[in-house]
Write a protein that binds this ligand. Structure first.
Ligand code: HEC
Length: 206
């Protein structure tokens, strides 16, 4: 009986092995997002949800009590929304700025800086923010690949109440901002400017 096991007909073994080899070759030849299209799509959806929720929450708070009331949205709500999306989808969602207001939260790292530079030049070339994204996949361990995704955050007219020119920011908002952020760099933006990026990172199964 045992010897029968060793006499597996060769063609059958080959038939099993060939697709396996092909799959591996395909996987390593496609290190990019094509490898894992569903993770890629989910990542895009998460970034879009973050942008949408932020914008809606901010709009509601502004309508409710003006910019002084809405400071808490950009300060507290934004990380809360990012956290709840991170937990829900088992990814890391965050937000960075081209010129950060909060040096603890909003400063881009090396790859994020590269992404922001690409966004700047694409926007300068006339591309629309929703058509632009940045994706890279890097090996972070023997079996781990990290997907790094960024989507532009572009300034809208309502953002100028806190990120616009000094004339656009009311004295009471200015006072509160300068107390909270003595090294604030996130002013003097005009609508359409690149304000930052939504960042999503996640591990892909190898
Ligand atoms: C009511 C004031 C206010 C408005 C309006 C506002 N922000 Fe902010 N924004 C802030 C504050 C305060 C921070 C710092 C948050 C923190 O402490 O992390 C911030 C931070 C950010 C950051 C993170 C990077 C950084 O600079 O620290 C981004 C990106 C950002 N805002 C984008 C926007 C966009 C886009 C809009 C309009 C849709 C907007 N903000 C409207 C007050 C505001």
């Amino acid at each position: 009986m045992l010897s029968q096991k060793n006499t597996v007909p060769r063609p059958a073994a080959k038939a099993l092995l060939l697709p396996l080899l092909l799959t591996c070759a395909f996987a390593s030849a496609q290190p990019g997002p094509a490898r894992n299209e569903s993770a890629m799509q989910e990542t895009r959806d998460i970034a879009a949800a973050m942008l949408k929720e932020l914008s809606q929450t901010l709009q509601a708070a502004m309508a409710d009590g003006g910019p002084i009331n809405a400071i808490g949205v950009c300060k507290t709500k934004a990380p809360e929304i990012a956290m709840s999306l991170s937990m829900k989808h088992q990814v890391q969602v965050s937000r960075v700025g081209t010129r950060a207001r909060n040096p603890d939260m909003g400063v881009p790292n090396e790859w994020q800086t590269k992404a922001l530079e690409k966004f700047q030049s694409r926007l300068a070339g006339g591309d629309k923010p929703y058509d632009i994204e940045y994706v890279e996949v890097v090996k972070t361990g023997a079996y781990d690949l990290e997907l790094r995704y960024a989507k532009p955050i572009v300034l809208q007219p309502m953002c100028t109440a806190c990120h616009g020119t000094p004339e656009q920011i009311s004295p009471e908002v200015k006072e509160k901002l300068s107390k909270l952020y003595p090294n604030d760099k996130a002013i003097n933006y005009t609508p359409g400017d690149l304000r930052g990026a939504v960042i999503v990172t996640r591990l892909l199964s190898h």
